[in-house]
Write a protein that binds this ligand. Sequence first.
Ligand code: 4AD
Ligand code: MG
Length: 477
Amino acid sequence: MRHTKVKDLLSSTTTLHEVNVKGWVRTFRNNQFIALNDGSTINNIQCVVDFENIPEETLKRITTGAAVSVTGTLAESKGAGQKYEIQVSQLEILGDSDPEKFPMQPKKHSLEFLRENAHLRVRTNTFGAIMRVRSVLSFAVHSYFQQKGFVYVNTPIITGADAEGAGEMFQVTSLPIENLPKNEEGNIDYKKDFFGKHTNLTVSGQLEGETFAMALGQIYTFGPTFRAENSNTSRHLAEFWMIEPEVAFNDLDANMDLAEDFIQYVIKYAMDKCPDDLKFLESRLLEEEKSKPQAERSEMSLLEKLNFVLENNFKRVSYTEAIDILRDSTPNKKKKFQYIINEWGADLQSEHERYLVEKHFKCPVILFDYPAKIKAFYMRLNEDGKTVRAMDILFPGIGEIVGGSQREERFDVLVEKMKVLGIDEEELWWYLDTRRFGSAVHSGFGLGFERLVLFVTGMTNIRDVIPFPRTPGNAEF
Ligand code: 4AD
Ligand code: MG
């Protein structure tokens, strides 16, 4: 008999037929009731064991964490809390679990403890829910762009271009690091390296993505991205996933429209497909917030927050306006910010971004037209000669979730900018070709996938929304 998924059993329209399920025991109460989970849903199915049917030896082996195969009759449950249960006729232990040693005991564990057991934490309700939501969100990303006719591009993970300036890079080499070959000048001879040049893991697929947009019109990438910054924060990973659409003939306004529509679509998609998981995560968050002082608790529940993002336009504010607001803000005047905003040109820190979103506007914000000095070389210079057509989308609880821009399509302006910043034109010869041959207005952005998953699941540490986080000092599993 083929086994049925718990999810399908729980949405069954008929009962009293024989079924088989396979899964892991969450709890076993009174030597009679097994709560069985197979990962298909947050909900367990209750399996009622009649100890006269099952040998004593087998009963002893039904412990939290064990893998079992259960055969029996699907019936309406007499107990509270579940619609159906299985009246077990046969039970087979597929894999024993040592109840003393199994780390995922049926009790509340700290998120820190669970991080140390990332290979097993996915067997908890919280992490099962997060990982199902993450999976659905990634499908939603493809669904959105594919429906709109975007072409999915796999940009390289190993790159010879280290000019983007999006962050510190991890070097990729096959040279023997104990005994590096040197050239005549005494420097490392990268000609002897695997690719015959110095290479890194990519910090972004944008530059390659632009070349494709200038042929295919609308493209997106969705892949792993690496940054070697030593930022030990709850918002940074050394390895994260980024979605980067790039669209020919879009200006910055169209870019903002796309980003807003895209984010609303994927959130709605997750709400439609993951109601049980999100309801669970909402109650988890409520529980967690109870331990916080009143003033720090969120005014909205998780689902209210998600609905709010769907129902309200993101507020579009120029960097210059934002600086005025921040300069006059109470935390700035009372020197509560770690970085005090004194003048135009200051780079915004996450404390400022969160003030704007959470305290001032109380909704998602798109900041645009940043000072050229604090943004990347490829962003289009405005007529004022000092700002660029950049945009960052800021979210409550997260800060920056999207960074993007209209690109500098004018060859001369771009080259001039690269000269000023000391970016090697020869290294980016292929990128400059897009401006040499049929250049046009185009725009794009990058959405940090884990930051999106953080927002949708209501989790607060980015290490909890990726299966196996890579952070400074941590590459276990
Ligand atoms: O703002 P960033 O650095 O932009 C770029 O890389 C551009 N090339 C994107 C583009 O225009 N195509 O990164 C984009 C987003 C950020 O807004 C943030 O959400 C996420 O990527 N991000 C990180 N997420 C997790 N850990 C990190 N270390 C991240 N760094 C950036
Ligand atoms: Mg950014």
